[in-house]
Structure formats: C-alpha cells, structure tokens
Design a protein around this ligand. Sequence first.
Ligand SMILES: Cc1cc2nc3c(=O)[nH]c(=O)nc-3n(C[C@H](O)[C@H](O)[C@H](O)COP(=O)(O)O)c2cc1C
Length: 318
Amino acid sequence: MNTDYIQIASYASKAPSGHNTQPWKFHIAASTITIIPNLEVALPVVDSDNRELFISLGCAVENLLISASHFGYTAHIIECSRQGITAELTKTEAMIEDALFSQIEKRQTNRSIFNRKKISDEVLKQLQTIRKENSVQFYFAEMGTPFANIITECIMKGNETQMNDTLFKKELLSWMRFNRKQVEATLDGLCYQVFGNPPLPTILARPIVNQFLKPKVQSKSDKKKIETSSHFVVCTTQKNTIEEWVNLGRTLQRFLLNITEMGISYAFLNQPCEVTKLVLTLQEELPINREYPTLIIRIGYANPVPYSPRKKIESLLV
Ligand SMILES: Cc1cc2nc3c(=O)[nH]c(=O)nc-3n(C[C@H](O)[C@H](O)[C@H](O)COP(=O)(O)O)c2cc1C
C-alpha cells in the first residue's frame, strides 16, 4: 500500500468531529483515497440526520486535500455521496505545499474562558475573505450586538432543552472519557483534560458529572465563555443536503486552520442548531437570509488547552 497515502489519511483523521467520534474509515486504492462514513459511531440523538457527521467528514476531506500537496500530489474530489467521498491523487513534479499544512496538527477546539480581546476590524475583514465552497456562508456577529444577543438567548434555550433530555445526556455521557485509562483504551471521545477537569475514577465519574449537566449550570458556564469571546460565527447552508454538509465541513476546516495560523481560538456552541424549533427562530430572527443555521462557533483569544486523542490510522483502514 502506498505509504504516502497512509500518511495523508492520517492527517485527514486529525480533523474535528462531533463528540470526537472520528466517524471515518479510509479505503486506499491505486490512485484514490475514499473517506467512508462510519455509522457505527453516529450520534442518533444529537445528530439524528447525520448532518454533523458529514460536516466532520468534510473537515477530514479538506485535511486530505491540503496534506496531499505536502507529499507532492494534486488531489481533487471525484465522488461525493452518502457512501463516501473519493479523492483522486496525481503525483506532480514541483508541487507547492499548501501553506495551511503546518496548521493541521496545531488546530484545536478550545472550550476555555477566553481573554476578552477583540478581533480587530482588519483581521475580521481577512476572515471574511477566506474561500468558501458552494452554498456555504459564514456570518460574523460581534458580542454585545443585537445579532449576537439573539444567538446567546437561543444557546440558553438550547441548554434548557438538551439538559432536560435524558437521551441527550445519556449519549453525551457515553462519549465522555473520565480518566487516562479510558482515554488510552478508546483514543476517542471527550476527554477530561480537554475540559480542564481532573481525572475521576470510572465508578464515581457519572454521578459527579451528571450534577453539572443541568440547564442553569451549563448556561452560566456558557455565558462566561461567550462574554469573554470576540465574535460568533454562524455557518449556514442553502438546502441542507449531504453535498452541502461536506462543503460546509471543507470550508470550516479551512477557516479553522486559517484562524489557528492567526493565533485565534474557537469553540462550538451548536445547541440551537440541534433543536428544531430553535433552528426556525434563528432563521426568522437572524440576518442570515433564511439560510440553514448549521453550526455556531465563538472566536477570540485564549491560552492553548491539551489536545484531544486520535485513533491510530491502522485501525481506520478498510
Ligand atoms: C460538526 C461538529 C460539531 C461539533 N459540535 C460541538 C459542540 O456542540 N460542542 C462542543 O463543545 N464541541 C463540538 N465540536 C468539537 C468536537 O468535540 C471536537 O472537534 C473533538 O472533540 C475533537 O477535538 P479537536 O477539535 O480539538 O481535535 C464539534 C465538531 C464538529 C466537527
């Protein structure tokens, strides 16, 4: 098997994914790499239509295309469907490496409290010009503006719904990793260090963490995180189709690698995009041209946090 392709697939697997499920497998052929959805790790409660799963695959696709350039290949997508996304690679003399390659291993989701520093208008203008795939749009809302206040209110309402939903909490808890032994055994999921938490013995962890999974506790914590961030970014699509979700993932990954390079941190606050009635509120009340609000991110400046684990590439090849 082409060892370059294995390394390229390994960089693809460093993409972000909902609950760090890493919902991908890789099929390597003579001149193609296919990223196949792994529905065994789908999230039927929070992501019932696999939208976030296909966005995560889109992030992995973008990493694949960027890292192909590092190994001297041009790469382009030849197929995108529910069954998977295939990229064709061609060895090219004097291939120029994509400048974002060096950011793939530096990017991280940062759920900490940020330092209140504002992103300047000049930097914001640069962020607005980052290339977007078809049907994808990013809207920026400065904290404290009416646009941002509506988003904050919807996040609080999202917490109210999700933190009162037993199935949502059960699914979330099943992806939490409370100590090093659990992290090393699974190499996936939401790990205690990433949240700045101490390790907990497995037997005590669930009842303790359950105490924090309450609407008021969650909203108080999110409010602080929002107040110390600079802007929200609302990511939208036009029709809510698989191809658009992959396109959104690709655009998102390029955006995240660009902001990593600029020293800007980010975290997701997707709650309102995951609750149907709040999606309708966002569509009606935000200046987003009635597009589908698909992801919400907060951006700003913060100290780095520990990195999330990744599965070994050998376990992801089919
Ligand atoms: C489509 C998508 C949705 C996500 N939703 C959330 C979310 O609602 N809340 C959250 O804290 N993180 C969210 N994340 C971040 C993942 O949990 C994170 O990517 C994963 O734990 C791996 O960590 P890393 O991004 O630092 O590599 C999301 C990521 C993706 C790609």
